[in-house]
Design a protein around this ligand. Sequence first.
Ligand code: SF4
Length: 435
Amino acid sequence: MPIFHPDLAARPVPRYTSYPTAAQFHPGVTAADQARALAAVQPDDPIALYLHIPFCRQICWYCGCNTGVAASDRMRRYEKALRNEIATVASLCRGRVTAINFGGGSPNALAAPVLARIIAALRQHFAVADDVEIAMELDPRAIAPGDAGVLAAAGVNRISLGVQTFAPHVQKLINRIQPYAMIADAVEQFRAAGISAINFDLMYGLPGQSVVDLTETIDQAITLAPARVAVFGYAHMPSAIPRQRMILDLDLPGPAARFAMSNAANRRFRDAGYAAIGFDHFARPDDSLALAAASATLIRNFQGYATQAGTALIGLGATAISQFPGLIIQNEKHLAGWEALANAGQLAGTRGVAVSADDATRAAVIEALLCTGRAEVPDHLAGAMAALAPHAARGLVHVHGRQVQLTADGWPYARLIASTFDAHLHAPQRHSSAV
Ligand code: SF4
């Protein structure tokens, strides 16, 4: 059982869904850089698309996403602008789409037929592979009768349900009421429609949540046999995220309780036959994420752990982030500004970061540590290895020459250990605690 080190667990570190992280983005990176990066994608290069839908039917108080409740005319305008952006970006990029992810927000704040039209637009403008994976995050509270059939017919073949917790008193404190029966019904509807790849998102560290609440939620989740589960730690940053001020500090579990929850999740899912993936995911052994982990092809990008290492990840929609070799760029954050650019047929990237050769090397080491637990450190980063000594002394990591390997006790601290290779971490920035 991993040991709780309070000085390490509470330390703020990035989630490393990219390196450099979003904290390094600046407005010196522009749509001209985005155009060059799109043009460099070769015909038939595999690419992934991410579509950001920044709307929800109701706001959860823990949520750190860029989202809001919107009237139907706003969502109609969003669909129109998104279709225009799809046409513009596709005209500049010759890659072959092997993965499409819808996130947000809650994509199903838009009606299922609207989502089906957006998927049809993607197929019209991009070269989409026959075996493309189309994955969509869904708010179970916003699933309407018939949605499963419409989305399955449009080609959606993986869904991710925001479950978070089944404990009623915790649901009340986070403003997200959704009984077990609602989730079970959603699972049944999508399975009946032919979508068997069903992911759950769970959370620990929520207000009022105990270890028992979490293990009971996990046991209930396991009865529904999700293919994958992510168990995220709640990041409480009310000074940066005003809606989190609805959550009282005194209701939050402390660092020791958070650590116990993270460990309990790991034990529970492994005992149930799930493979532990990285530091916060679990997958049934036959799921593609577990297969990617077993074959050392797992990657980490803005969606977290993923299986499709394409040449580029192209973000569409307000705030969406694109990752190219040598460039990370984010679309305009403000809805009206993004809509204006998209409707004018212009690229919408307005800030980002150029990835230097040094960044790329560090990114590879960080990604390897977070995906496989081990990394070969190149010569020019040897200086960073000295900072691993305190972690090695605590039995969290083994260091042999240039080889670094997390131990079983080290996995909960994986992000912190990976941050040893982050050259930008000294800059002022806000991050969640390491565990
Ligand atoms: S439904 Fe999801 S995206 Fe929307 S507020 Fe809740 S957690 Fe955030």
